[in-house]
Design a protein. Sequence first.
Length: 401
Amino acid sequence: MPGWDGAIVRAEDRQSSVQLDPATLLVVSAATTFLVGVLFMASWRQAPGSRTLALWGMAHLVGAAGSAGLALRNQIPDLISVGLANAVVLAAYGLIWSGVRTFEHREPRTGVAMAGALGWCVLCLIPAFYAAIEARILYASAVAALYCGAATAEIWRGRAEQLASRIAAATILGLHSAFYVLRIPATVMAPPQPGLSPLASPWVAILCFVTLMFSIASAFTFMALVKERAEREQRIAASTDALTGVRNRRSFTRAAERAMAEYPDVALLLFDLDRFKAVNDRYGHGVGDAVLMGFCAMATSLLPKEALLGRLGGEEFACLLPDVSPAEALGRAEELRRTFAQLHVPELPGLSVSVSIGIAQARPGVAFDALMQRADAALYAAKEGGRDRVAVAEAVAVRAA
């Protein structure tokens, strides 16, 4: 979206026979911004649940309308080409910021997004401001810089979600903000000449070029962000147990095999919730599901962040502890067992839960499948030994011998 008043200027080399009409440049910029807006809205129609695409589409369509109004300067009343058109452009930048906030799962805060445009309208009611083109340029540039800078900060804050296009998006928004920041001291040091048409300023080519690049780059980058997030969510869904949110069996196995190749000392813990079928039969599957989710929430809170937790199926779970000694693994298992046994639901005073745990420590050259078999044998021994207890594979083997 191009700038406004003295910020939109004629780009012409007076020494050259080729001259560019500033209104034409603005029309081209408005048309490009409009097409980008149509692209965003078409994508939104395919994914109506994405408010982000809708806001970005609205931002570019609104910006295109504002650019068209600026292009008609001296052909339509200044109230529209100066007052309304610039307010519309500022609103477009606010909507871009709102779209970024929505993308980062935050409230769009449309009131704040419209504050810059509203402030412009209020100031234009003041004759001294309306007549001072330098003041108008400074205000509009500052507002655009703030919105783009805030959008950059929002994108950067969400960097924990690793998306390939995130840095590119932050760079594009940051550079656009920097352009308007630089426009402020440039205006102060070289204010528009009195009596000269705003369209005759040498900034028009620069501004239109920046706008074209921003519209095109933002279209590719923002669309890429949405696509990358969708693909990431699909990958997570394919590797996550839908009920508990932990890894499913396939994902856990792959992650465990990678961890075993990286860490020399790992321990595998297998869990089986005791008498879970009885819980389902007595209290219903809703309570049973809550018990499963409660176990995973408890385990996640107690286990170290590098631990791998997965659901193998039904009421069976597994945990791989990297870089732990046998004593540390046993301590973790006992802590989990005791904590889970203390789970009580006031609404269900008769509900009692417990878990049996089997532990196997990895040995050099032992594959994951073999480690799983040893941990499963230990779990079976814990169940046979009376449940609600921890059994270690080596101790089980000694007793068997």
